[in-house]
Design a protein around this ligand. Structure first.
Ligand code: NDP
Length: 378
């Protein structure tokens, strides 16, 4: 899947092109990389941010026009010149949007250890930070955690992260965990609202909040998604924001006493309406602003004064700042998945040729759950 050129406005399927061609699967002379068969590719909202020409220091690095897209995926090793990988290994990390890839930069690749969960989960619920992952493989978990603590103390981690970019990628499972437990400071019985609630991140945040004993309401863009929130993920209530002409009135209906915690995934008009409905001393965890990613000029937010009147704590986070949370995350998440305490819904598009539509569909809400592209089953 070729990224044709920098995009302005809404991402369209036609901004990408599926090419049929013969791939040279040989590793370059002197390289100690790997050749892989790609199995699953992850569609993530941040990819739109990489389709804009970025100049100067930035959180995102632009894709190269006329080159294959790259992203997070799961693959099987066909050939290896690297001692840590052998033929037949399953890996996850940065790969190309193509059927087969030659990967020469292995900082972004990690061997899959637990295969008792669906492989596609490594693009979502179990997705973690690649840099961290590599360090864990090389050093072991204990030394990794110790090194992180030291780096954080020395304020070096952020600089290191910027050096490694774009090989460092953040993924939904850890984002939900960090954004909820670390940023929201949740307490049993609190009233919580989540936007884009049925997506890769939102569905997990809602389930964490229910396990914590919060009252949880989510918004999503279709009846199917609203039903999913209530029936599958156990939200107390949910609504289709596209059917509401007055978001402020809708939130007053669902939260007559106000919102303690808002998990922000979309921004724009929703944020404005939420600000009017927050309780005093409420918390807002800003994970993403997907409604803004396709706008050449981001919308303004009108009700920011509420932050002052209501003493609201609003905090943005980049999951990449929370490397040291990983051991805690795995300890919590793997048993939750194995015991069926956390559900995860994926939207699996079949075949590489479905990739452009699947990716563009994220910005119109076509996906129901985590959007994955299945290339091959193994
Ligand atoms: P999703 O699986 O939720 O897919 C995106 C969803 O956003 C769509 O399905 C759609 O759902 C909704 N959406 C799209 N456009 C709009 C719009 N204009 N207004 C309102 N809703 C819209 O994505 P993720 O769960 O992977 O990501 C959720 C957010 O988290 C994103 O903003 C992403 O950038 C952010 N993120 C941040 C990280 C961090 O480190 N801070 C890490 C990972 C993700 P619907 O049908 O409900 O409209």
């Amino acid at each position: 899947v070729i990224f044709k050129d920098y995009v302005s406005g809404f991402l369209k399927e036609s901004d990408m092109q599926v090419n049929n061609g013969t791939l040279k699967l040989k590793l370059p002379e002197g390289s100690n990389g790997i050749v892989v068969k790609n199995l699953y590719l992850s569609c993530d909202p941040y990819m739109r941010n990489r389709m804009t020409r970025v100049e100067g220091p930035n959180h995102f690095t632009s894709f190269t026009p006329s080159s294959p897209l790259t992203g997070f995926g799961v693959a099987k090793v066909l050939d290896s010149r690297h001692p840590n990988f052998k033929k037949g290994d399953l890996i996850w990390g940065t790969t190309g949007w193509e059927e087969y890839s030659v990967i020469t930069e292995l900082e972004g690749v990690c061997k899959i250890q637990h295969t008792d969960v669906p492989l596609s989960y490594y693009t979502g619920i179990l997705g973690i930070l690649l840099l961290m992952c590599v360090c864990v493989c090389v050093w072991g978990l204990d030394i990794y955690v110790l090194a992180c603590e030291i780096l954080i103390q020395m304020r070096l981690l952020y600089a290191l992260y910027m050096q490694m970019h774009p090989k460092t990628i953040c993924m939904p499972g850890l984002s939900a965990y960090v954004g909820f437990y670390e940023v929201c400071s949740p307490k049993k019985g609190e009233y919580m609202f989540i936007s884009a609630a049925s997506g890769a991140v939102g569905q997990l945040v809602g389930q964490f909040a229910k396990l914590m004993g919060c009252y949880v309401v989510g918004s999503a863009g279709s009846k199917e998604k609203v039903d999913l929130l209530k029936r599958k993920f156990g939200f107390d209530d949910a609504f289709n924001y596209k059917e509401e002409t007055d978001l402020d009135a809708a939130l007053k209906r669902y939260f007559p006493e106000g919102i303690d915690i808002y998990f922000e995934n979309v921004g724009g008009k929703m944020l404005d309406a939420v600000l009017l409905n927050m309780k005093d001393h409420g918390r807002i965890s800003v994970c993403g602003l997907v409604s803004q990613y396709n706008l050449d000029q981001p919308e303004g937010v009108q009700n920011l004064m509420c932050l002052i009147y209501k003493r609201i704590h609003m905090k943005g986070f980049a999951v990449s700042d929370y490397y040291n949370i990983y051991p805690k995350f795995l300890d919590v998440m793997l048993p939750y998945i194995r015991e069926g305490k956390i559900m995860y819904v994926e939207d699996i598009a079949e075949g590489l040729e479905s990739g452009p539509a699947a990716l563009a569909g994220l910005y119109s809400g076509r996906n129901v759950g985590k959007q994955v592209v299945l290339i091959a089953r193994e």
